[in-house]
Design a protein around this ligand. Structure first.
Ligand SMILES: Nc1ncnc2c1ncn2[C@@H]1O[C@H](COP(=O)(O)OP(=O)(O)OP(=O)(O)O)[C@@H](O)[C@H]1O
Length: 227
């Protein structure tokens, strides 16, 4: 099977820190696979996702050793803009991801930066809002949305870029029951569509549909054997 992501002997230490947060991580993601990563708070799950999508070292600094490849290409040889067309990340707090006045502007922002033509952007917005079940909110002010709705729009603004790989960093964390249900449904639909995904999550109830569960422990990723 095609390996979309290959991580070999990855070590990482934040600038100023004395120890490695990641201490020899090996990991593969195949096409169409959904992998969940669990682990104690502070075990380095977000750090790992941030390295895979290039936020580390482009935005946060530290000492990296080892290799991360996307479709066989080392990400250390790629620009952040190039990585971001292949990998999309959705974070825990949608308020840190939303910054445009309306839902439509928010979703259009990424494709506009990539110079996608206006008509195509219009179609993509329509399609993506349907995917996340938010068709009726296209012209809504993002400030008027609930937490769950904001998270759905944060997801839409990533999905509209059509990345091959999706990373979700505790996207359920700040949502109420209804919000969790809706996000869960969207994630399961994405899996059905064959999207390749990595989900970092605390609550096992939210990741039952994953193909594999890994645990980040003592700086290493291993198969999760249960508690
Ligand atoms: N920018 C940074 N600079 C220095 N240390 C950091 C930075 N970001 C995170 N850390 C530290 O690295 C460790 C791992 O953090 P990380 O957020 O990756 O863990 P996590 O497993 O995702 O935790 P949580 O489940 O609480 O989100 C923590 O001790 C954290 O304090």
């Amino acid at each position: 099977m095609t390996k979309l992501i290959e991580v070999e002997n990855l070590y990482f230490k934040y600038k100023g820190s004395k120890y490695n947060i990641l201490d020899g991580v090996n990991f593969n993601l195949s096409r169409g696979e959904v992998v969940a990563i669990v682990g104690l708070s502070g075990s380095g799950k977000s750090t790992f996702l941030n390295i895979i999508c290039g936020i580390i070292p482009y935005i946060y600094n530290g000492k990296i050793k080892g290799t991360v490849k996307i479709w066989g290409q080392k990400i250390s040889s790629m620009r952040l803009s190039e990585i971001s067309t292949k990998i999309g990340i959705v974070f825990q707090d949608p308020d840190t991801q939303l910054f445009s006045p309306t839902v439509e502007d928010e979703i259009a922002f990424g494709p506009e930066n990539l110079m996608v033509d206006r008509e195509e952007i219009g179609w993509r917005i329509k399609k993506i809002l349907k995917v996340v079940g938010m068709e009726d909110y296209r012209y809504e002010n993002t400030n008027n949305l609930s937490g769950g709705q904001k998270q759905l729009i944060a997801m839409a603004s990533v999905l509209v870029m059509e990345p091959e790989i999706l990373l979700f960093d505790e996207v359920f964390a700040q949502l109420d029951k209804e919000g969790k249900k809706r996000i869960s449904q969207v994630l399961m639909n994405l899996k059905e569509e064959g999207k390749s995904m990595i989900l970092v999550e605390h609550d096992y109830n939210n990741i039952k549909f994953a193909d594999r569960i890994m645990e980040l422990k003592d700086g290493k990723l291993q198969e999760f054997k249960g508690r």
